[in-house]
Design a protein around this ligand. Structure first.
Ligand code: RIB
Ligand code: CA
Length: 314
């Protein structure tokens, strides 16, 4: 087998983060160096606990979990309990974690890992607001040229926003962090709402998770049944978009996705469009291209991969 791909998952679990983490932990192609928790869907004390709950659900209590930023760089924290529930992982009744948080701060872990590994050896997988990533880049700019790739979930253009008419949640919560990351110069792949809204958790797909009959399969069905209800009501669809696992699926089967290398800039001034990702899909500006922006997905292949991999967990 070729060398495993070394990744750090930066996350704000969140049911869809949870499924992304399960997919990563189930996939032998990936070496999950650590999970770094960030405030987002719910406050930090819950996202860090939820990350540990998911590692134990996966039967991987040895996974390192680090606590990170408790709030965005500039703006006040905005959370999404209306989507994810009070705990951030509503759905299954998962036990309190017995594993312990790492002592080191998430930002220090990101810096030390990237500086300690060979150049271009570590991929960052942000699934929440980009606060930890921006802090690491600001604290130690030398990490930027050493990053193999940043594959993140965030943004949107054709789909509009999901937290305001203009902005997607992860970018909206910390637009200043997103601005730093988008301008950093490292290779960036973005999974925006334009692609995640084409990967719906239909009843048939959730039934396939439950039919695995495993602890993980049943918990995944319960997580997604809770998570999808908000978007089903909002969009009138069978199922809701499954955002964060698109990031991990890209690492495993990039051919599932199609997009374009374009300029993506973020609004950090106007309250009306705060956090909007202004994606120059049609190339109408001379702005420097900085992001591979995904717009389409082979959703049947995505769910086939997800179900097959989750079947490998207990
Ligand atoms: O807008 C969707 C994103 O916001 C996902 O990452 C979800 O987990 C929330 O963090
Ligand atoms: Ca998330």
């Amino acid at each position: 087998m070729p060398d495993k791909r070394k990744i750090i998952i930066d996350t704000d679990p969140g049911q869809d983060d949870a499924v992304a983490i399960l997919l990563a932990l189930a996939s032998p192609e990936l070496d999950v160096l650590g999970l770094t928790a960030v405030a987002g869907n719910v406050p930090l004390h819950l996202t860090q606990k939820n990350a540990m709950k998911i590692c134990e659900l996966a039967g991987k209590p040895e996974t390192k979990v680090f606590s990170g930023a408790i709030r965005p760089l500039v703006r006040q924290l905005v959370t999404a309990e209306e989507v994810h529930g009070k705990t951030g992982l509503n759905g299954p009744d998962l036990p309190e974690p017995t594993m312990k948080l790492q002592d080191k701060h998430a930002v220090e872990f990101i810096i030390e890992t990237i500086m300690g590994e060979a150049p271009a050896a570590v991929t960052l997988c942000p699934l929440g607001p980009l606060t930890n990533i921006a802090l690491a880049m600001s604290r130690e700019p030398r990490i930027v040229p050493r990053i193999q790739e940043i594959v993140l979930m965030g943004g949107g253009l054709f789909e509009g926003g999901n937290v305001t008419p203009a902005a997607e949640f992860n970018i909206y919560v910390d637009p200043h962090a997103a601005d730093i990351v988008l301008k950093c110069g490292a290779p960036i792949v973005m999974m925006p709402l334009d692609v995640t809204h084409k990967a719906l958790t239909t009843a048939k797909r959730i039934a396939a998770f439950r039919a695995l009959g495993t602890r993980v399969g049943v918990a995944t069905a319960e997580l997604l049944e809770f998570f999808e209800r908000f978007d089903e009501d909002k969009y009138g669809t069978d199922g809701g978009p499954l955002h964060d696992p698109c990031v991990i699926a890209y690492l495993l089967k990039p051919e599932l996705f199609t997009g374009r290398f374009i300029n993506v800039s973020v609004e950090t001034a106007s309250e009306l469009t705060m956090g909007m990702t202004v994606a120059d899909w049609w190339g109408v500006t001379k702005r420097e291209k900085n992001v591979t922006y995904m717009r389409d997905i082979n959703h049947e292949g995505f769910y086939a991969l997800l179900t097959e991999r989750l079947a490998r967990l207990p």
